[in-house]
Design a protein around this ligand. Structure first.
Ligand code: NAI
Ligand code: MG
Length: 359
């Protein structure tokens, strides 16, 4: 059956980088990938056209799609919108919420060719390959009650940190299954010495463990996990954690790799429907100049093929093509280094496409 793919270019560099990723997607179609690709508006681009960051038409298309490829949303042009519900990022949150995309996969991979770009010593990060599995639709970012109110003559801000057993179990299963497909090591990150929610989290992970006897489960408190991540990151394979800890740890892990323009991500629901996007934002400072790195978005297409379309061979082919282009010394400005050839967004897209065709 032909599956639908929705491309949402978004704002800033979004249209430039998704254009290159769409070319790779088209090359996959030419090799037999049975998908129908359409485009839609999200974020500031949608606000400008329809006064809404997530128009009903886009939401309908998103629901009908097996997978969504997003560029990025937001930028200074829309920061002045006073009604917070109309801000570009609300469009992105709306898609996540409406599709129930609770499982966020954030790989942190250091290509050996780029190890010197990291802030850590190259030997600590060369060959780094971590997968952070972050719960995305629950936890303290969504818990009720929340607010700022007057109590005993002063203002008090409060949020609620809450996870149900079923929410923990479903993200736990995503992580255990991921570990089975990778290095068979899963580290669950919590703060079970202080927070009841994460005592339950740890219990649920322990309860699931016997169902995945080939996976070695360990636990770390989040503060120690942060230390270990910068001390010896290669000790990790798959890391599973809640929304807030995952937000922070995944950004820290991304920075270890030294190149935000290289990192893809996925957000999945129970049926395998997913949204795929680069980890970076809309980079308004370089938008329109044709110099943005399209590789994170191209690698997001590879994740889409692997996790929503069950086409691991095509995914691998894209990843190998990216490796080949780096081997050949091509670099966009963000990863430029001496002795390498600095190329534009489109030239990088050309090169990946050519390598993909030659594989
Ligand atoms: P950013 O990731 O857009 O940019 C941070 C820095 O990295 C900038 O110097 C930028 O030029 C550079 N950069 C990012 N992606 C790059 C690429 N592909 N190639 C080369 N250089 C790249 O983060 P920032 O500046 O905090 O946010 C800018 C806008 O993006 C804001 O409106 C923010 O809300 C939005 N944003 C959107 C996200 C999304 O749509 N998922 C995620 C993060 C931020
Ligand atoms: Mg973040």
């Amino acid at each position: 059956m032909t599956q639908k793919i929705l491309v949402l270019p978004g704002d800033g560099i979004g249209p430039e980088i998704t254009a290159q990723a769409s070319r790779i997607l088209a090359a996959c179609q030419a090799r037999g990938l049975d998908v129908e690709v359409e485009e839609g508006l999200l974020g500031g681009a949608a606000y400008d056209a329809h006064g809404e960051p997530l128009p009903a038409e886009t939401l309908e298309k998103a629901k009908a799609a097996r997978a969504i490829l997003l560029g990025a949303v937001g930028g200074p042009k829309w920061d002045k919108i006073e009604d917070l519900s109309k801000r570009p990022e609300k469009g992105l949150l709306g898609v996540r919420k409406q599709l129930g995309l609770f499982g966020n996969l954030r790989p942190a991979i250091t290509y050996p060719q780029l190890a010197s770009a990291s802030s850590l010593k190259p030997e600590l990060v060369a060959g780094l390959d971590i997968m952070i599995v972050r719960e995305l639709t629950g936890g303290i970012y969504f818990g009720q009650p929340r607010g700022i109110e007057e109590r005993d003559g002063e203002r008090v801000g409060f949020n609620t940190y809450v996870y149900s057993e079923s929410e923990i179990e479903r993200i736990g299963r995503v992580a255990f299954e991921m570990a089975q497909k990778r290095g068979k090591k899963l580290c669950s990150v919590d703060k079970a010495n202080v927070l009841e929610v994460t005592i339950l989290w740890r219990e649920v992970m322990e309860r699931l463990a016997p169902e995945y006897p080939d996976v070695e489960l360990s636990h770390l408190y989040v503060d120690n996990a942060a230390m270990q991540l910068v001390r010896a990151p290669k000790q990790f394979d798959v890391v599973v954690t809640g929304n807030m800890f995952g937000d922070i740890l995944s950004d820290a892990a991304a920075m270890l790799t030294g190149s935000i323009g290289m990192l893809p991500s996925a957000s999945l629901n129970e049926s395998g429907q997913g949204m795929y996007e680069p980890c970076h934002g809309s980079a308004p400072d370089i938008a329109g100049q044709g110099i943005a790195n399209p590789l994170a978005t191209i690698l997001s297409v590879a994740m889409m093929l692997r996790y929503s379309l069950d086409e691991p061979a095509l995914a691998q082919r894209i990843e190998d093509a990216v490796g080949k282009v780096l081997d050949d010394g091509l670099r966009t400005a963000d990863i430029a280094s001496e002795g390498m050839r600095t190329v534009s967004t489109a030239e990088m897209g050309d090169a990946v496409l050519a390598a993909f065709e030659r594989m």
